[in-house]
Design a protein around this ligand. Structure first.
Ligand SMILES: Nc1nc2c(ncn2[C@@H]2O[C@H](COP(=O)(O)OP(=O)(O)OP(=O)(O)O)[C@@H](O)[C@H]2O)c(=O)[nH]1
Ligand SMILES: [Mg+2]
Length: 464
């Protein structure tokens, strides 16, 4: 497949998408930043692409699994999550000079990651100059007004990625009656075990956590504060996608498909795919249950480290939701952590139908170094991601509810030390159903944008 052919196919499917080399885009952003930070400039560059690789994607050789291969997550193809991980372990190990045994290197990915056009969701600063530093410092104090950030960004992105509404939007209010929280809460929600909460990247004991159940009256408080946060968010240079407007999208069917630990074993990449990642226990599996309206589609536990595989769920027979193992949980052990991390990162780099990654960040605790590092890694590897702040309902004893908003704000501020523009962000609570409509709308819009980008068509035709 020649680069020119791919380009033609893609632009044929979405004539309004622009494909540019990422560094060109970033350079331009840097330029525009030195004058006036103009989110419009950022918005005009939604789709960035490195020249498409020639050759076939490893996905084409992947074993296809049918939705009939059912079972529980971790029991796919008759294997437990543990067995799947064991079988993927490297066989060789070498003896160190000191006589100890060091773990063998993890198997390298079969081929380099396919460089496919993907939506830009975050932009890194390119240079580290005194001028850039001054601009960065100014970021903390210079507010970019709502008109400049939201409206301009929306205008640009709207033209670029979405023309009409997706077919499966439903009327506003369709799901409104279900947002009590109880419908979507898993059995264990609100009983989060916070015995291991990371502070500044390290695992520390934390007994000072107030448990808040679904009935807690702080829901009003959450909603009231959401408004406050929106005002503050507008002050950040945040990339916003202008997706079609309907407020809700129905999840009619949601089924568990399979679990695996190697990218080539994932289901055939025939649908747009959305994946959740974040620290262990941040609420990834709970979010999937909340969004799909199923109590136990994904396995939830107050014990961190529950999810150990790449778990695929098929939604409405037309898109995939993927639950992944969390990072940062010390008790998994160094080798286990390294393995989860290796296949998860490989998945992000190699999965061609990945439309968006949701990076989950716990809004009830201060910014964590590991989360900031992960956001940077996703940016560096051109993986489009959206920040999803979780556990918005949760409060610690003696800590005012406004602390949550300040955690969200300081996370964004910290990220802005590395990134010139923030990815989109959504505040959620799986216990309360908060953010459900917003996230489902966002996914629906992205699916349409993704289809129009021509990526799926190219994948389906075996060209990517
Ligand atoms: N209060 C509160 N607790 C939550 C929320 N979301 C998840 N939890 C709790 O957090 C704990 C961990 O949830 P999981 O969904 O299993 O987290 P995970 O990120 O999938 O964890 P791993 O699979 O171990 O990486 C459970 O006890 C959940 O009940 C939320 O919105 N509010
Ligand atoms: Mg999980």
């Amino acid at each position: 497949m020649q680069a020119a052919q791919v380009e033609r196919i893609l632009s044929g499917h979405n004539a309004c998408c622009r494909y540019e080399h990422t560094s060109t885009i970033a350079r331009r952003l840097q330029l525009s930043r030195s004058k006036v930070i103009s989110p419009l400039n950022a918005a005009m560059m939604v789709f960035a692409a490195l020249p498409p690789r020639s050759g076939k994607s490893p996905m084409q050789n992947s074993k296809r699994s049918s939705p009939k291969d059912k079972g529980r997550p971790g029991e796919a193809k008759g294997k437990s999550e543990k067995a799947l991980i064991q079988s993927s372990k490297p066989k060789r190990s070498s003896t160190t000079s000191s006589g100890g045994v060091e773990p063998a290197a993890l198997p390298a990915p079969a081929v380099a990651s396919p460089r496919l056009p993907r939506p830009v969701a975050s932009i890194r600063h390119l240079t580290s100059s005194p001028e850039a530093d001054t601009q960065l410092k100014a970021l903390d104090t210079v507010a970019i007004g709502p008109a400049a950030s939201a409206t301009e960004a929306s205008a640009g992105l709207g033209e670029l990625i979405c023309g009409t509404a997706p077919v499966d939007y439903v009327a506003p209010g369709d799901l409104a009656s279900k947002t009590s929280g109880e419908d979507f809460a898993t059995g264990e929600l609100g009983q989060d075990d916070d015995s291991d909460v990371e502070e500044d990247g390290f695992l520390v004991a934390d007994g000072d956590v107030s448990e808040i159940g679904c009935q807690d009256p702080c829901q009003d408080d959450v909603q009231a504060n959401t408004g406050d946060m929106a005002t503050e968010e507008d002050a950040f240079p945040e990339i916003q996608f202008n997706l079609p407007n309907p407020t809700n999208v129905k999840v009619k069917t949601a089924e568990y498909l399979q679990s695996c630990v190697k990218v080539p074993d994932c289901p055939a990449p025939r649908f747009p795919e959305f994946a959740v990642i974040g620290r262990s226990n941040v609420g990834k599996s709970s979010l999937i249950n909340m969004l799909t309206g199923r109590r136990d589609l994904a396995l939830v536990s107050k014990q961190p480290g529950k999810t150990k595989c790449i778990n695929h769920f098929l939604i409405n027979g037309s898109w995939y939701f993927v639950d992944l193992p969390g990072y940062g949980y010390a008790k998994v052990g160094a080798q286990g952590r390294q393995q989860f991390d290796a296949f998860t990162r490989e998945y992000f780099k190699m999965r061609p139908n990945l439309a968006m990654v949701f990076l989950l960040v716990d809004a009830s605790i201060p910014p964590q170094k590991v989360d900031l590092e992960y956001a940077n890694w996703l940016t560096d590897n051109e993986v489009p991601f959206t920040l999803v702040f979780t556990k918005a309902d949760k409060r610690r004893k003696g800590v005012p509810s406004s602390a949550r908003d300040s955690h969200v704000t300081s996370f964004k501020r910290s990220l802005l030390r590395d990134l010139a523009f923030l990815p989109p962000s959504i505040l959620t609570s799986s216990a309360k159903g908060l953010g459900r409509g917003e996230l489902l709308n966002f996914i629906a819009g992205l699916r349409v944008a993704f289809e129009r980008s021509g990526r799926l068509a190219a994948i389906r035709q075996g060209m990517l």
